[in-house]
Design a protein around this ligand. Structure first.
Ligand code: IPE
Ligand code: IPE
Ligand code: MG
Length: 239
């Protein structure tokens, strides 16, 4: 694997499918919740590393639309950990000039979570360092269908001319409207799938899959993934 080189191109936007918390815990004879808890320290490490090397956007897949299928005890534990993390880490987000955004069906989240999120989003709105985008109750197909619904409504109202619909106009109706496409997509825990994450946006992302479980994924693992990205030749269909 090619080593990270701070002189080479730094991906502007990194998206991570943070996977393997449950298996990490199972390997240690611990409850799944413990994997999620330790995974929060990996989130902090990713934020620090991205801030330090000048990544502009970090998108973290924290909870998928399909994750609502999990047992209620696990969902409650995850939501509790997320609210706790937000409350505890907001001063650090402020100190490091990090802005928080969310994508996904936020209205499906418990009220206490939404309140904590909205508070931190409002507080960090003027920070202009790293943007942390958290995908919560996020499903890419749901996002695409919702964008289509908005466009159809605008067409009916005469605000949008169907003949003028193009990639750019469509992208403006996604949750990620203000966010550039990811350059690098990382999935931890060795699973080779996308799991309904940013299907539209990753059209030309470089994909790095690592066997490391998310709770073990720290600074050096992230730098290694970026090193791998830096060794790739992106062609975007050209030669
Ligand atoms: C990722 O770890 C966290 C979420 C999906 C919320 P998992 O909980 O999926 O862990 P594994 O894949 O079962 O090991
Ligand atoms: C994807 O992981 C979702 C998140 C990391 C939040 P999952 O563990 O839910 O994905 P599958 O079920 O293995 O595809
Ligand atoms: Mg998983």
């Amino acid at each position: 694997m090619a080593a990270f080189d701070p002189e080479k191109e730094i991906p502007r936007h990194i998206a991570i499918i943070m996977d393997g918390n449950g298996r990490w815990a199972k390997d240690r004879g611990k409850p799944r919740r413990e994997g999620h808890r330790v995974g929060a320290a990996s989130v902090e490490a990713a934020l620090e590393t991205c801030g330090e090397i000048g990544v502009e956007y970090l998108t973290l897949y924290a909870f998928s639309a399909e994750n609502w299928k999990r047992p209620e005890t696990e969902i409650t534990a995850l939501m509790g950990l997320m609210t706790h993390f937000l409350k505890e880490k907001t001063p650090k987000l402020m100190a490091n000039n990090i802005r928080l955004q969310v994508i996904g069906q936020i209205d499906r989240l418990p009220e206490s979570n939404r309140a904590a999120l909205e508070k931190t989003i409002a507080k960090t709105v003027n920070n202009d360092g790293l943007t942390l985008v958290v995908a919560l109750s996020y499903g890419s197909r749901e996002e695409i269908v919702e964008a289509t619904r908005k466009l159809m409504e605008k067409a009916i109202d005469g605000e949008v001319d169907p003949g003028k619909l193009d990639n750019e106009l469509f992208a403006q109706h996604l949750d990620t409207a203000s966010i550039p496409d990811p350059d690098l997509l990382i999935r931890t825990s060795g699973e080779f799938r996308i799991s309904n994450f940013l299907l539209w946006q990753i059209s030309y992302a470089e994909i790095v899959i690592t066997n490391t479980f998310w709770p073990d994924f720290r600074r050096q693992h992230l730098l290694d993934a970026i090193g791998e990205y830096q060794s790739r030749q992106r062609r975007f269909g050209g030669i």
